[in-house]
Design a protein around this ligand. Structure first.
Ligand code: PMP
Length: 405
């Protein structure tokens, strides 16, 4: 590295990152981060260095990433609008497709209005920043996604964390906090590392009793929970509604972008108050068209949702019966608990040898000794794929000493 004084001061940070990566990925076989896969468009298999492996850690829950109708819609949008935008949404960047997509998202979310951001990350940071600021209080679950945490930090509001899915603890936090200003409770509908679901009816009750608004991030819920994939409200049979509903267009919906939906007046405010919406480029035409087409397919083909729910329950049942732990997962996300960070990397490497890609998640993203493979079941996985994956996970766990041989 260049020896000038400025670079010298940065050097310890660069070296620390290198040490952290090297500690887990000391040889090519152990590489799990930033590996480039080519997933087949019509199956759940991916090519890795000439080997055909079953992808079990992908996010395209509805299996629409390679769908020809979605690809055709994206191509048609590029033909009509070109590849980029002419600016931010508030100025020359809006196209009719954005408005069509926002109307469709609002309809799907059963809300008056919605707006779309360039990413789910931007949707969270922008929405939180647009809702709260100094003098307000945000209450977040300990396992809320990083984009919620970052939005809270940027907002300047007082941030209070409560224990994961612990409504009594939240209530104590609400009682102890300042009664003034906006009080906003934010949870993930489905937690991305554990696959468990927020207790919506209890959260709604406590929010009502303590003058708090309730916001949910449906990133891993849209297309996955509820009989027709409408997320947490449908999962709880519409017993309770949230105030601010937010999601991504990058998981079940195989595109890029994020959205927030709610009363028209709220969205009207956020369009002027959410900084990543105001100051960052609009969603590209291909992304908007792919998202719109996917949302329409989801509504026409609810059997995709049923398939995900059925196959993830099957996979969980098979591996749990043999003693492999999956925390409290009840959705398409299945954490296969390995233990230490090293153990998770060993398990991932062994799974790959046995034909399956299961990617490790290690500290600090998960608690100590709960490093895991984060498995996701999608509508692309056939019953035979799930059986094959289950046996590969069990064999690999035995080979790694996570289960008795
Ligand atoms: N919320 C949750 C719960 C997520 O898991 C993610 C992505 N990992 C995001 C928000 C951010 O979404 P995006 O990748 O579309 O920016």
């Amino acid at each position: 590295m260049n020896a000038s004084g400025g670079w010298e001061r940065l050097e310890p940070k660069l070296a620390a990152t290198q040490r952290r990566v090297q500690a887990l990925e000391w040889e090519p076989d152990r590489r799990n981060s930033f590996v480039a896969y080519t997933v087949e468009r019509d199956s759940a298999y991916a090519d890795l260095d000439g080997r055909r492996l079953l992808m079990m850690s992908g996010y395209s829950y509805l299996g629409l990433a390679g769908d020809e109708r979605v690809v055709a819609a994206a191509k048609a949008a590029v033909d009509l609008y070109g590849t980029g935008n002419h600016g931010v949404r508030a100025l020359a960047g809006s196209i009719p497709l954005h408005e069509e997509l926002e109307a469709e998202v609002a309809r799907f979310a059963d809300r008056e209005a919605s707006m779309v951001f360039g990413s789910g990350y931007a949707a969270n940071t922008g929405t939180v920043g647009g809702l709260v600021g100094p003098g307000d209080t945000v209450f977040i679950d300990k396992y809320d996604h990083a984009s919620i945490v970052d939005g809270c930090r940027l907002s300047g509001a007082t941030v209070t964390r409560f224990r994961h899915n612990d409504v009594d603890h939240l209530e104590r936090r609400l009682r102890a906090a300042s009664p003034d200003g906006v009080r906003l409770v934010i949870v993930d509908s489905v937690y991305s590392m554990d696959g468990d679901i927020a207790p919506l009816p209890e959260l709604r009750k406590v929010c009502d009793e303590h003058n708090a608004l309730l916001m949910v991030d449906e990133a891993h819920a849209l297309g996955v929970i509820g009989a027709t994939g409408r997320g947490i409200e449908e999962h709880f049979d519409w017993q309770a509604r949230v105030d601010v509903k937010l999601g991504t267009l990058s998981k079940a919906i195989p595109s890029m972008g994020g959205w927030v939906a709610g009363p028209a007046e709220l969205i009207g405010h956020l369009r002027y108050a959410a900084r990543p919406f105001l100051f960052s480029a609009a969603l590209g035409p291909a992304q908007a068209a792919a998202a719109l087409e996917s949302l329409r397919i989801l509504q026409r083909e609810p059997e995709r949702v049923a398939h995900i729910q059925h196959q993830s329950a099957r996979l969980r049942k098979i591996i749990n019966a043999e003693g492999l732990r999956t925390q409290d997962s009840e959705t398409a996300v299945l954490p296969l608990i390995a233990g230490s960070d090293d153990a998770a990397y060993d398990l991932a490497t062994t799974c790959r040898k046995n034909g399956v890609i299961g990617l490790p998640v290690v500290t600090p993203a998960v608690p100590n000794d709960l490093a895991r493979l984060r498995i996701a079941v999608t509508a692309r996985h056939t019953e035979a794929d799930i059986d094959f994956a289950a046996q590969a996970f069990l064999t690999s766990a035995r080979e790694c000493g996570i289960l008795p041989a």
